[in-house]
Design a protein around this ligand. Structure first.
Ligand SMILES: NC(=O)c1ccc[n+]([C@@H]2O[C@H](COP(=O)([O-])OP(=O)(O)OC[C@H]3O[C@@H](n4cnc5c(N)ncnc54)[C@H](O)[C@@H]3O)[C@@H](O)[C@H]2O)c1
Length: 244
């Protein structure tokens, strides 16, 4: 069975990716700062195989331990989904009121974290001459959404990182792509999502709220054989919104 690591898999979109990959036949490593036992239990109860791994993606040592735990549990690392992010907890405000500490935190988790996770899985993928890395950006990059420039800049960096790695790792049989979700509201974590969603839905061809399940088809496509000749791409999943 192929193995997928999902960072930030304990809740939100990462939880949905973990469950969907398990249902699609992947062994799953759910890596998160938070306890991921609930997700692991849900996968196992459904007949799948999963392990949880406490991981701070901003730490090189934690990423190496995550990759080693995946290889030890399941023998291979076939897919890495770099989904963990400093997002729900990020401090929003005018661009010149963002603290240097908060700016650095966004880049430590969202950019350095994704890069370090790629570094950690690369030896395993290179050895087997195959692998799929899926980085998560955001449509905020195209919109220049006001209120959290550190987040938007960090998610823009993910697109550049993906193109570099796609070029460098292609000869090793590894594809590297980006998926960019639009706003997927979670008012329990981000109360302002509900108001923002009204405007987002109005500017979308498909006039409804985006759900985590809307992401699953694209994630499974990029994780599976059907995308073997697709690399360095950014697939925007947004219900047909155009950016102004
Ligand atoms: N929800 C949206 O509207 C939306 C839109 C575009 C992009 N995204 C992106 O999708 C991804 C998931 O978003 P979400 O809405 O589920 O957010 P979320 O905040 O609910 O989930 C983020 C997960 O990452 C984990 N995490 C945070 N810091 C970590 C660290 N240092 N190490 C390991 N894990 C860490 C959190 O514990 C959490 O489980 C993020 O990359 C986000 O930027 C979300």
């Amino acid at each position: 069975m192929p193995t997928a690591i999902v960072t930030g898999g304990a809740r939100g979109l990462g939880r949905v990716y973990s469950l969907a990959l398990a249902a699609d036949g992947f062994d799953v490593v759910v890596a998160d700062l938070l306890d991921s036992q609930d997700v692991v239990n849900e996968i196992v109860a459904g007949g799948g195989r999963a392990v949880g791994c406490r991981t701070d993606v901003s730490s090189a040592a934690d990423n190496e331990a995550m990759a080693a735990a995946a290889a030890e549990a399941f023998g291979t690392i076939d897919v890495l989904i770099n989904n963990a992010a400093y997002y729900s907890q990020i401090v929003r405000g005018p661009f010149d009121e963002v603290s240097v500490q908060d700016w650095d935190r966004a880049f430590e988790i969202n950019v350095r974290g994704a890069w370090l996770a790629c570094c950690a899985v690369h030896p395993y993928m290179k050895q087997q001459q195959s692998g799929k890395i899926i980085n998560i950006s955001s449509t905020t990059c195209f919109k220049g959404t006001v209120g959290f420039p550190h987040y938007v800049a960090s998610k823009s960096a993910i697109v550049g990182l993906t193109r570099c790695l796609a070029a460098e790792l292609g000869p090793d049989g590894i594809t590297v792509n980006v998926v960019s979700p639009d706003l997927i509201p979670d008012p329990s974590l981000r109360p302002s999502d509900q108001v923002s969603d009204t405007f987002v839905v109005a500017g979308r061809a498909i006039k409804r709220t985006q759900t985590p399940e809307d992401m699953v088809g694209t994630i499974l496509y990029l994780a599976g054989d059907a995308s073997d000749f697709v690399t360095g791409q950014n697939i925007v999943v947004n219900g047909g919104a155009f950016f102004q």
